[in-house]
Design a protein around this ligand. Sequence first.
Ligand code: FPP
Length: 250
Amino acid sequence: MSLKDSIDQTRLPQHIAIIMDGNGRWAKSQGKNRLFGHSNGVSAVREVSEGCAELGVKYLTLYAFSTENWNRPILEVTGLMDLLLKTTRSEIKTLQKNNIRLRAIGDMDALPASTARELRQAIADTAGNSRMDLILALNYSGKAEIVRAVKQMAAAAKAGTLTPEDITEQMVTDHLYTAGIPDPELMIRTSGEQRISNFLLWQLAYAEFYFTEKFWPEFDREELYRAILTYQNRERRFGKTTEQVKEEGK
Ligand code: FPP
């Protein structure tokens, strides 16, 4: 039986989040520069997006650029922004054909105007698509996202439309970039690093983490299936005991 056939379709994660790591090291291993790694990373994005949509995953969030990534060498940053622009432009047809909705989380206003414009256009053009949401975390920081939510609630409190007693977990959730999107059940990080790196800090509270030594450009459909199978073999207890979970599953 192939890996894909072993996946239990009734227990698919509806939201997968990925920290795409290792483009630079993969490029180095090929004797190439870092941007070569990012370009090959785009092929992996395509492959994994298609793999997720085919399986029936409803949301795929990819960490494409963190607020900390601005500290990289200027040529790498401009190269990445250019790659984003070109990829968005070249992939829009495929997104439409596959009924995939492009979304973004993070502070888009700080991106180069041309990249932001292209992305906003693709987001608007695909807004009606319903098979899967492909969510790019761009200029994203989990801490900044929470601070932004707190500021919005503080402003409402100052305006007299909110009291501290009104604040609930759901309210915080509703003020995040990801409002309305279910939390990821599975978070994958490639390249052997085992950190969360300021990614979806609130939303990953109960996610299963899957780490692989593969560099992002090497991550393909088979690797995706492996991650999902590992997730399906985990017991998700949400603070309960194994016995309670088994009893509920009957
Ligand atoms: C991490 O590898 C990768 C990034 C910071 C950028 C990810 C971008 C892409 C895959 C291409 C563009 C994406 C889209 C969605 C079109 P790294 O550079 O940190 O690798 P290293 O740790 O080996 O240096």
